[in-house]
Design a protein around this ligand. Structure first.
Ligand code: URP
Ligand code: ZN
Ligand code: ZN
Length: 463
């Protein structure tokens, strides 16, 4: 058999084991994995991966591109710049969110977002359904079933952002969890206590300082909401996945819930693992604004420990890019400060540098949280694992190569990076999507070719 691509002699991770393999690709799929041989049969293209690590393509389970902020207003990364950044960072699939209004059909929202993204991405993509306005919806469980059938089996609910009409009450979340149990769907929750945050935001807005951010969103507003929703998961029997956890206490609640046998899972992000609130002291501290806020070094350590022990299952970006100009518009008023950070291009290098290289997690664990677990939890069939028959998606990188982060060299449509000037290891040399090299050495290989395809997902696995 003549292969389309041969990835020669790299150290691949197969069934949790590192092994030197020749990987043969045919028609976008992994055709064969063979022990490395000097005289392996030829292929249309050969990548010499000797001395390199061959990982499954990274899955970013939480990204926002072209997020609508208001009439004619969007976040800075659209699907093209965002997926370019993802591709150059070793990500081959991202999952974004639908954006229909409260009470509107998730399926209609899903179709609209697929239309927005189709033909504009370098990587594969999927969508979680945002689930807002539960009480306004006619037959909301039936609406969830429709979206699930169309390939979107995960639904995001919020316990904050009341002013934007996104906040769900416990009644709605409980009902959604019951529906998710019946349907085999998964409820993803942005857990922050919106009522307390609104009160504290008003109380501290007068400070006219970024210091108002951690003061108005203290850890207990997240950890309390996580506990409350975990209790609803217990009583309803429905599965819940907490997005972007930032606090040690929240990870401890997730761990305790899991120990008690509940269907509770959790995600954290590089900004919560490797940045801390000392950043707020710098002149550009407001650029680090995100919800929940970055916290303390103790939280960083506890989150790494939770990831290492399998208590948190996924590291994703929550990429939500703003330019300096967009952030500058806050004028010192925390209520007007855009929340969110760019992260797609730095997901793998930050996880490798601050996780593996710093001794916080093994390489095996990093692959679990960046590739295998998101594939299983999010129902991405054919992704996340290197095995025959799977999509030929890879992030191939040199673990010894390093580069100083500089936003000017990145694909994100912004003019700062939270990692600016930091030396990061593990930047991918090649990113391969379904057998095509989409990025090489941090540059797109075919900037005019949009290879990405919508991924219809199957039912989530509760792990
Ligand atoms: O600050 C953040 N995280 N912005 C993105 C929206 C969200 O809450 O996930
Ligand atoms: Zn969120
Ligand atoms: Zn988000």
């Amino acid at each position: 058999m003549h292969s389309d691509l041969l990835i020669r002699g790299g150290t691949a991770f197969i069934n949790g084991q590192a092994a030197r393999r020749d990987i043969f690709v045919k028609d976008g799929r992994i055709a064969a994995l063979k022990p490395h041989a000097k005289n392996a049969p030829g292929a249309s293209r050969i990548i010499d991966a000797r001395g390199l690590l061959v990982l499954p393509g990274v899955i970013d389970a939480h990204a926002h591109f072209r997020l609508r902020l208001g009439p004619g207003k969007y976040t800075a990364d659209d699907f093209t710049s965002g997926s370019a950044a993802a591709a150059c960072g070793g990500v081959t699939t991202f999952i974004d969110y639908t954006g229909q209004g409260p009470g509107e059909s998730p399926l209609a929202g899903l179709r609209a977002r697929i239309k927005e993204a189709a033909g504009k991405t370098y990587t594969d993509f999927a969508f979680h359904c945002t689930l807002t306005g539960w009480e306004k919806m006619k037959d909301p469980a039936g609406k969830m079933a429709e979206a699930l059938k169309a390939g979107a089996p995960t639904f995001k609910m919020f316990t904050a952002y009341g002013a934007r009409g996104l906040m769900a009450d416990d009644n709605a979340i409980f009902s959604a969890l019951q529906a998710a149990r019946r349907l085999g769907a998964l409820i993803c929750v942005h857990a922050e206590d919106g009522a307390v945050i609104d009160l504290l935001t008003e109380a501290y807005a007068g400070l006219k300082s970024i210091k108002a951010l951690p003061l108005s969103r203290p850890s207990f507003t997240e950890t309390g909401a996580v506990g409350r929703i975990a209790a609803l998961a217990a009583r309803s029997g429905g599965p819940v996945y907490f997005v972007h956890l930032s606090a040690a206490g929240s990870a401890a609640v997730v761990a305790a819930a899991r120990k008690a046998g509940l269907k509770v899972m959790g995600e954290t992000c590089p900004q919560y693992l490797a940045l801390d609130e000392s950043r707020f002291k710098s002149k550009g501290g407001y650029l680090y604004s995100c919800c929940p806020p970055i916290r303390t070094k103790e939280d960083n350590t506890a989150l790494w420990e939770a990831a290492d022990k399998g208590q948190l299952q996924v590291i994703a970006t929550d990429n939500c890019t703003f330019t300096r100009a967009q952030k500058n518009a806050w004028g010192g008023d925390i209520r007007k400060l855009p929340m969110g950070l760019p992260g797609s291009q730095t997901l793998l290098p930050t996880a490798y540098t601050f996780g593996v290289k710093a001794g916080n997690v093994s390489l095996k664990k990093m692959i679990e949280v960046l590739c295998e677990n998101p594939a299983r939890i999010m129902g991405l069939r054919g992704k996340g694992f290197i095995r025959p028959g799977a999509d030929a998606d890879f992030a191939i990188f040199d673990p010894f190569a390093s580069a100083k982060t500089d936003w000017r060299k990145m694909q994100h449509n912004t003019d700062f990076s939270p990692w600016q000037g930091q030396k990061l290891y593990g930047s991918p040399k090649y990113t391969v999507l379904r057998g095509q090299v989409i990025a090489e050495e941090g540059e797109l290989t075919h900037p005019k070719t949009f290879t990405g395809q919508f991924q219809r997902r199957i039912k989530p696995q509760i792990i």
